[in-house]
Design a protein around this ligand. Structure first.
Ligand SMILES: Cc1ncc(COP(=O)(O)O)c(C=O)c1O
Length: 418
């Protein structure tokens, strides 16, 4: 399989892979006496030194709570966190920083959306449309919102090759559809979904469209205005930022119309025992003390990524994906789970009857970190009738040597386990 027809104009790399690798201290370490080969980026990316430093700098020099203090440290912390919000706004090309809600990750963002928007806008007979390839984070919160409101959860099917059956999806859209919530890039299959088409189709029947961008955000330029997405969620830790950070983007008019989900400090204007008035966007959705260090360092991570070139990132990724697919396809008994030609990040596979866990354990002994299991997509595993897969997932610092190590490791595991 060759996926090079995708957007792979000549790479204009601003930094060599070597240089990028040097920015990530963890990549220098050994695991089980071997140089670390980190291929679990879909689960979480490693952090460049600048992100680690940003966290240490906050705690070392200006640790204080935000938005509440007249003193210098509080004002510095507030300025840094709000600067980070502005960085996210530019990164997503949002219209206004009011549209950028800090969350603890994709899961948190989807839960805010499904509950705050869902409770107000869903009623019995309404429909929420998702797909068979969703992560549990984009299934369970909608199930919960539907249970609460009497709305119905509809599921568009996925083809054997791991693409959304677009004809099927279109046939499920109607005036009853109030929300379409779809993963931008599948964490299990690696498929890049035709989200522009889905957004347009959703809007044609009057539905809003949310994209789960957890696996897309570090791999491609996301422009929420060009996409015309109503909501977009992602996690900071999959974007070289800290764990416990993330973003819920929403068009201002939708966020304005949504009630807050959590109550407490920060999200209020005035409180009496009789009545509370809520704060303006984005603070209405940010009750309590936020993850200040994390939110600041998320901005640093985005600045780091913005210093690279998207075309070069994509070209490098396509090279790694092509080599891996070519190599895997030469292994007897290989079964690729997800064979879309429009792919990014992840490749899932099985070899013969070898259990993914056994393959993963042998690879770990060789210093190679891959993910094994259902990848939080149990319904998708059920569809393919498998317990799980081995998943390799790439990032900007993975090298061709990493691919060679993986392929050699898989061959070795096959010899040992067959
Ligand atoms: C597609 C997708 N959606 C949602 C999530 C959940 O992300 P988090 O656990 O950071 O909230 C993940 C994590 O792997 C994912 O891959």
């Amino acid at each position: 399989m060759n996926i090079s027809y995708l957007n792979t104009e000549p790479a204009r790399s601003l930094k060599s892979i070597e240089d990028i690798r040097h920015d990530f201290p963890i990549l220098q370490r050994e695991v089980n006496g071997r140089p670390l080969v980190y291929l679990d980026n879909g689960a979480s990316t490693q952090k460049p030194q600048v992100v680690i430093d940003a966290i240490a700098h906050y705690y070392s020099y200006y640790n204080a709570n935000v938005h509440r203090g007249v003193h210098a440290l509080s004002q510095e912390a507030t300025a840094a966190m709000e600067a980070s919000r502005l960085t996210v706004k530019h990164f997503l090309n949002a219209r206004d920083e009011k549209e950028i809600i800090f969350t603890s990750g994709t899961t948190h963002g989807i839960n805010i959306l499904s509950q705050a928007w869902g409770r107000k806008n869903l009623k019995a007979g309404d429909e929420v449309l998702i797909t068979e390839m969703e992560h549990h984070s984009n299934i369970v919160p909608w199930q919960m919102a539907c249970e609460l409101t009497g709305a119905v959860l509809k599921v568009a099917l996925v083809t054997e090759d791991g693409e959304i059956d677009m004809e099927g999806l279109r046939s499920m859209l109607s005036e009853r559809t109030k929300m379409v919530s779809v993963v931008h890039v599948s964490n299990t299959l690696g498929t890049i979904n035709p989200v522009e088409e889905i957004i347009k189709a959703g809007h044609e029947v009057g539905a809003l469209v949310h994209l789960d961008g957890a696996q897309a955000i570090a791999h491609m330029k996301v422009d929420v205005q060009a996409l015309d997405a109503d909501f977009y969620t992602f996690s900071g830790h999959k974007l070289f930022g800290p764990t416990g950070t993330g973003i819920l983007y929403g068009k201002e008019k939708h966020l304005e119309a949504m009630p807050p989900l959590f109550g407490g400090g920060e999200m209020i204007k005035t409180v009496t025992f009789e009545k509370t008035t809520y704060n303006d966007l984005p603070f209405k959705f940010e009750a309590g003390t936020p993850n200040i260090a994390g939110n600041i360092a998320l901005g640093t991570a985005i600045d780091y990524l913005s210093g690279l070139d998207w075309k070069a990132i994509r070209a490098h990724e396509v090279l790694l994906l092509d080599r891996t697919l070519d190599g895997l396809n030469q292994i007897e008994g290989i079964r690729l789970i997800g064979r879309s030609e429009k792919r990014s990040g992840a490749i899932s596979f099985l070899v013969g009857t070898i259990h993914p866990f056994d393959m993963g354990t042998i690879l770990d002994k060789l210093g190679i970190a891959v993910r094994t299991g259902h990848h939080c997509t149990e319904p998708l595993m059920d569809k393919y009738g498998i317990p799980g897969t081995v998943r390799t997932s790439f990032s900007i610092y993975n090298s061709e040597e990493d691919v060679n190590s993986l392929l050699a490791g898989v061959q070795k595991a096959v010899q040992m386990l067959s």
